[in-house]
Ligand binder design. Structure first.
Ligand code: HEC
Ligand code: HEC
Length: 256
């Protein structure tokens, strides 16, 4: 069953990025996950202070889609195709001093210290996305994307805490637009490339919806799925409505 699912992802990734890949090797993915754990945690649980979402237990096809798009510059594009981890981390530090904590640890994962793109990388409005893109560009090969996805999807991190409060009744109505693609319980629909939104950190959902509204995300013509999502977020119109819909999404996984 799992194996079949992996073959399905290869097709999705092919459509997304025009590259053919074989199914993932979770053992190799586990060995290579150490660098991911610096920001996303050992269980892929995600950390708010690093802006890093939960990826443990996320659908393997969406991890592949995301990493493939980051690598191709279809998500968080800057003007540089060289992995500029040092430069993007500098800018992330300016945004959130917590990033200073991980600089040394992150450097240990790269021979010769943090990769730097030198002068080629321009500041981007998408500080978090640019950092993730720089990391994705350090992955040796497309097969590693599959391997990391195979491992990350097998993880079972705890449910994230609730941090976003809002009007759940208003949010229920706001979510009516979302059902067609993300499912009535936020479970996601692979055939539509729409990931699960249930069980994700609420601050991440909120930030991504704000990113879509402002055009930080969803304006790159190379990324059709992101372009599809943008007008859906724009329907929400106000930050208040984003909060409400996020609060409603929280109810999908609320403890009994
Ligand atoms: C330096 C910190 C850092 C490291 C190291 C890192 N990430 Fe990330 N990652 C992030 C941040 C921040 C985001 C959120 C990007 C955004 O806001 O769009 C992210 C986003 C992602 C996403 C998109 C998830 C979604 O729901 O949209 C995936 C998949 C991902 N990372 C996988 C990985 C993998 C696999 C590795 C290891 C190879 C890794 N990350 C290493 C910081 C990091
Ligand atoms: C027409 C289908 C469609 C509708 C309707 C839709 N979405 Fe999406 N959504 C997508 C797709 C496709 C993606 C994946 C984009 C990508 O990463 O390339 C996505 C991505 C997202 C993400 C980012 C997830 C992540 O892990 O990075 C969030 C959050 C989200 N949608 C929330 C919503 C909400 C809330 C609504 C309703 C207001 C909604 N979506 C309506 C298709 C849709």
């Amino acid at each position: 069953m799992k194996r079949f699912a992996c073959l399905m992802i290869s097709t999705a990734a092919m459509v997304a990025a025009g590259t053919a890949m074989a199914a993932g090797d979770a053992a190799r993915g586990e060995a290579e996950f150490a660098v991911c754990a610096v920001c996303h945690g050992e269980q892929g649980e995600g950390f708010e202070k690093y802006g890093a979402p939960k990826i443990g237990g996320q659908e393997d096809w969406y991890i592949v889609l995301s990493l493939t798009n980051f690598r191709a510059g279809a998500r968080a594009r800057d003007n540089c195709d060289v992995a500029d981890v040092a430069g993007t981390l500098e800018r992330a530090k300016a945004e959130s001093p917590d990033y200073a904590e991980i600089e040394a640890e992150l450097a240990t994962h790269f021979e010769g210290g943090l990769p730097s793109g030198g002068a080629c990388s321009q500041p981007s409005a998408d500080v978090h996305g640019s950092l993730m893109r720089a990391i994705a560009l350090t992955l040796e090969d497309d097969q590693l994307v599959q391997d990391l996805a195979a491992y990350a999807t097998s993880l079972t991190p705890p449910l994230p805490p609730v941090t976003v409060e809002g009007d759940v009744t208003a949010g229920t109505m706001g979510y009516a637009t979302c059902i067609a693609c993300h499912g009535a319980n936020g479970e996601g629909i692979q055939a539509l490339n729409a990931p699960a939104v249930a069980g994700q950190h609420d601050w991440y959902t909120q930030r991504q919806l704000m990113n879509y509204m402002s055009g930080v995300r969803g304006t790159n013509p190379q990324n059709i799925t992101d372009m599809q999502m943008r007008p859906m977020a724009q329907v929400l119109i106000t930050p208040e409505a984003v909060k409400n819909v996020t609060a409603y999404i929280n109810t999908f996984t609320a403890a009994e």
